[in-house]
Design a protein around this ligand. Structure first.
Ligand code: 9WN
Length: 433
């Protein structure tokens, strides 16, 4: 803990550290006690950023534990199951993802067959950069061991998920975005033709996503599983294929990090630089909406941008090479009454003026700490100190007022969803560091 913290900040820091301690299983961190009892990929990347400031040993174990689940083709699953738990501990459990036939999946570890935004190389580099001099050598060794896994994760995305050949990676399920029921997915989900006897999920942890959403999520998983998650099926036939700005901004930030890691561990950074240049160009070429001045997801099944503007629109601020004119237009929209300008506790996950906006609807309106953190980090990278200060202040006000909740009402800051949510606590540790 930094010695320059005020008394109030010290108390917040200690409370955040207590959440991470309580959610530590001995090998990894669960996103929250109760509702999310396994290890999630995106959560672990954010948690590692916080553990880097608190328990560096655990940050390393967090990442190592996650990569135990990596598939032979490099896919880093979005979920690594804790097999000691009862089967009903979380829906959908391990049995939904595989039958006995488990091509490419690791032995002895049960995982999902989807992935999530690849923020891991970015987190690993930040972990290394925050090492005190006494741990620098050990930290480099850790990076050396992790680099091949990170490189394989990115190779999978480049080979199996670049469905348009543009350099962008596509997601094949809303869960892969990390923003499950974002209104951005309403159109492609609505276009799905479900089998007559729709699956009944038997899980209603909160009002949203609705049972109908779950039918669609489960239907998409059933299709992927029936086709063994084969890249050719995903490319040619799977009905949900979307290029998302947040997923690709994470991919780009991590590809930049991989180039730096490669240089540190004596590998060749050139392929990572080439890939990040392609992702940068394709983000602007394929996902930039000049009229609205923001990034939007592209539906590959009808080659159109999806209509609803969400907080993902701003994630490419993580791109250090974003042209200044593009940055200015993003900031104008971010500060407008459609996002931060009309929210007491920005940044809402959906355009406030969109018909789909719902202030309490999970990823359909509420403010989340992880998206705030990504935009804060992106704003700092572009020297946007006013925006960064706004995000920093709003994020800390939320957790001071409502605790480390999963998500928050963007107008009055009321906490919603799980309590003691790991990434909310972890990212506060990083903010305070
Ligand atoms: C499905 C764990 C995860 C987060 C996602 C969040 C939610 C799962 C769910 O929880 O998704 O993967 O059960 O709704 O949307 O971002 O990683 O915290």
């Amino acid at each position: 803990m930094s010695s320059r913290l005020t008394g109030d900040e010290t108390a917040l820091w200690q409370a955040a550290a207590r959440v991470l301690d309580a959610n530590w299983t001995g090998t990894a961190t669960v996103p929250s006690p109760g509702l999310y009892p396994h290890q999630w990929s995106l959560d672990s990347a954010f948690v590692a950023l916080g553990l880097a400031r608190h328990r560096r040993d655990r940050a390393e174990r967090e990442l190592t534990s996650l990569f135990r689940g990596q598939w032979a083709d490099g896919l880093l699953p979005h979920l690594v199951f804790d097999d000691t738990l009862a089967r009903h501990a979380y829906f959908p459990g391990p049995e939904m993802w595989h039958g006995d036939h488990r091509p490419r999946a690791p032995h002895g570890v049960r995982t999902s067959g989807l992935t999530q935004p690849p923020l891991h190389a970015f987190a690993a580099l930040r972990l290394h950069e925050s090492a005190p001099p006494s741990e620098a050598e050990h930290s480099l060794d850790f990076l050396r061991g992790l680099y091949p896994c990170l490189a394989a994760q990115h190779r999978y995305l480049a080979e199996a998920r670049d469905l348009s050949g543009s350099g962008l990676a596509a997601i094949c399920h809303p869960w892969e975005s990390g923003m499950d029921n974002s209104p951005a997915w309403d159109r492609p989900l609505g276009a799905l033709r479900l089998p007559p006897a729709a699956y009944s999920p038997g899980r209603t942890p909160r009002d949203l996503p609705t049972g109908e959403d779950y039918d669609r999520y489960v239907h998409l998983v059933a299709l992927l599983r029936a086709h063994d998650y084969e890249p050719a099926y995903i490319r040619d036939d799977h009905p949900f294929a979307v290029e998302d700005p947040l997923f690709n901004a994470a991919y780009l930030a991590s590809e930049h990090a991989l180039a730096e890691i490669a240089a540190l561990v004596g590998a060749d950074p050139a392929p990572h630089r080439e890939r990040s240049a392609r992702v940068h160009a394709a983000l602007l070429d394929r996902l930039w909406d000049h009229e609205q001045g923001c990034f939007r997801a592209r539906d590959l099944r009808d080659d159109r941008l999806l209509p609803v503007v969400t907080v993902a629109a701003f994630a490419p601020l993580l791109d250090p090479d974003l042209p200044p004119g593009t940055v200015r237009r993003l900031v104008d929209l971010l500060l407008s009454a459609r996002f931060a300008g009309a929210a007491g506790y920005p940044v809402p996950t959906c355009d406030i003026q969109a018909p789909a906006f719902d202030r309490s609807g999970y990823w359909r309106g509420p403010t989340w700490i992880n998206t705030n953190w990504l935009l804060w980090h992106g704003a700092l990278g572009h020297g946007l100190t006013v925006v960064a200060d706004l995000l920093y202040g709003s994020t800390l006000r939320l957790v001071r007022q409502s605790g480390f909740r999963e998500y928050f009402d963007p107008f009055d800051g009321t906490g919603r969803g799980s309590h003691d949510y790991s990434w909310s606590a972890a990212l506060v540790l990083d903010l305070l560091a």
